[in-house]
Design a protein around this ligand. Structure first.
Ligand code: SF4
Ligand code: SF4
Length: 153
């Protein structure tokens, strides 16, 4: 039986890793040139061609802030490298589940939306969190208050 050599390595894995790195680099360069900041390290987007209204609609193409969507030979095309997973296209699409966006936050949280109400709900949740943070800063807890203002013994 042939022995395993320590110099064995997976050439396909190496190629796909290099490919991934090149894609990330290209994406970064494209977004920087557009003055767009990247907020989500990973994500994906798809358009269901069976339910899309296509030429009669194009609302998503007009809504996309980075021109990641375009009209391509009778269907909506996607330039993956330009998509920042903002969800503006989902918000503007009148067909539920036609556009699907999935994105990963820096802390690992996965967010998915495919309907305008998903985007609105998420925005509300984020705003509620920010509001709560501001309120807690304005109105500290009893412990924090005492810690800050207790008189010296
Ligand atoms: S998620 Fe945002 S950036 Fe991506 S295609 Fe939709 S509108 Fe454009
Ligand atoms: S907004 Fe929705 S239905 Fe309209 S073109 Fe885009 S994907 Fe199709």
């Amino acid at each position: 039986m042939p022995e395993k050599s320590s110099s064995n390595f997976d050439i396909f894995l190496l190629l796909s890793e290099n490919d991934e790195k090149a894609k990330k680099k290209q994406r970064k360069e494209l977004l920087v040139s557009l003055g767009v900041q990247e907020f989500f390290p990973e994500g994906s987007i798809s358009v269901d061609k069976r339910t899309c209204w296509g030429l009669e609609c194009k609302l998503c193409i007009n809504a996309c802030p980075t021109n990641a969507l375009y009209w391509k030979a009778g269907e909506v095309g996607i330039v993956d490298a330009l998509c920042v997973y903002c969800g503006a296209c989902v918000l503007s699409c009148m067909v539920d589940d036609c556009i699907k966006v999935e994105r990963k936050r820096e802390d690992g949280t996965i967010e998915r939306f495919s309907k305008p109400r998903d985007v609105v709900k998420l925005a509300d949740k984020i705003n509620a969190k920010k509001r709560l943070k501001r309120v807690s800063e304005l109105f500290p807890t009893v412990e924090r208050y005492l810690e800050k203002y207790k008189s010296p013994k």
